[in-house]
Design a protein around this ligand. Structure first.
Ligand code: TYD
Length: 195
């Protein structure tokens, strides 16, 4: 079973902390059998968040494109809404708003460990855009935000949570947020019953 045990980084973004949803969020991971092995509240610097999010062109273009997809569905002209129809330009703008959002107030960072933790955490969190996230997921249950509103207001989509997407991303993100001493090895006795 040990090869299926993974670690994932989760951040409760400023809106989640300010809405006093920290307990509600953590409960959802714990009740599913996942284990919190590191946890802290931090007000990250601009540099720390800038280094947390990818900087490559492909990621930036994908960010712009994702917002444009919602615009298209809503019949919104990206040029009129954002001043550009270029996905790279739009992605750069979204990335900047994302840094503003993530550095505006404290966030809660933690590491979750468990069976298929990376996929399980993403499943509990739900897809990126709250307006599209199914009910039952954190993003779907606590928000209806959408790029169609956020990008026009020149701000990031408030989707409450960040969660690692791949094993490589999880490994580098955990290292970025936690030292080895901050990560704890402990056993949940209820796992004897669960698995
Ligand atoms: P992304 O990596 O696509 O999503 P996820 O957080 O699910 O891995 O996007 C990073 C963040 O960028 C996302 O959590 C919210 C923000 N964002 C916007 O503000 N506007 C947008 O149009 C998109 C697509 C994302």
């Amino acid at each position: 079973m040990s090869s299926q045990i993974e670690k994932s980084l989760v951040l409760i973004k400023p809106d989640g902390v300010q809405r006093a949803l920290v307990g509600e969020v953590i409960k959802r991971f714990e009740q599913r059998g996942l284990k919190i092995i590191a946890l802290k509240m931090v007000k990250p610097s601009i540099d720390h968040i800038n280094d947390h999010y990818p900087k490559d062109e492909k990621w930036i273009e994908r960010l712009g494109e994702k917002g444009f997809t919602t615009f298209k569905e809503q019949g919104i002209d990206p040029k009129q809404a954002m001043g550009t129809a270029d996905k790279k330009e739009a992605g750069k703008m979204v990335r900047k708003w994302l840094i503003d959002y993530m550095t505006a107030a404290p966030i809660v960072a933690f590491v979750v460990e468990g069976i298929h933790a990376i996929e399980m955490v993403r499943k509990i969190v739900g897809p990126t855009l709250p307006s599209k996230a199914p009910i039952g997921t954190i993003r779907g249950d606590f928000s209806v935000d959408s790029p169609a509103v956020a990008n026009i207001q020149k701000r990031s989509v408030k989707n409450m949570i960040h969660a690692s997407e791949t094993p490589e991303e999880a490994a580098s993100e955990i290292k970025h947020w936690f030292s080895e001493e901050e990560i704890h090895d402990w056993a949940r006795p209820d796992h004897e019953v669960m698995f």
